[in-house]
Write a new protein. Sequence first.
Length: 196
Amino acid sequence: MFIKSCLTRLFNSSPAQETNQSRAEGGNANAQFFVGLRYASGNQGADFAHAIEWYLKAANQNHILAQFNLGVMYSIGQGVLPNERQAEIWFYRAAHQQDPGAQYNLGMSRYRVSFKDAQRQRNEAIIEAYKWFSLAAGLGYKDSDLMRDTISLKMNRQDLAEGSRRVNEFLCCARAKAEDEKELPFHKEEDTFQPG
């Protein structure tokens, strides 16, 4: 009953939503995201075109969930034609802000590419997939560890070492960025990656 009450308040028009709408129109990224979410999940049917419009506004202000949702919408063609390249762009932006779902989706994208390309490109795609799955697994995202371990069986020692190096490089850059922002999310013991 509580959940239904919360959802009703979220998706039904009310003075609070009018305020949210005006905040969104004023440029507030979080409000823009919620207006997009309201359009994407509307009680009267979804309006994906308007959802994308508001998600784009929020995503361009680095709103992680808006970036992730755009990645999903482009990936499955929700309100737009499916566009894997656009999906990757939005997942990439969210992944660099530590979104484990985006990291997992990038891993899946790279894994799919590994089946299509020539051998050299295939190795690069596998290494990148390993990196993204490892990062998502480090944040506890479901099945990321399983995918990382599955991919590792297809990699030689050199590729595994390169994948681990990329994970550590990503973590170091994220740690440096967090230190610059005074929000260090890592513990000293966990700041390097050791393969599964």
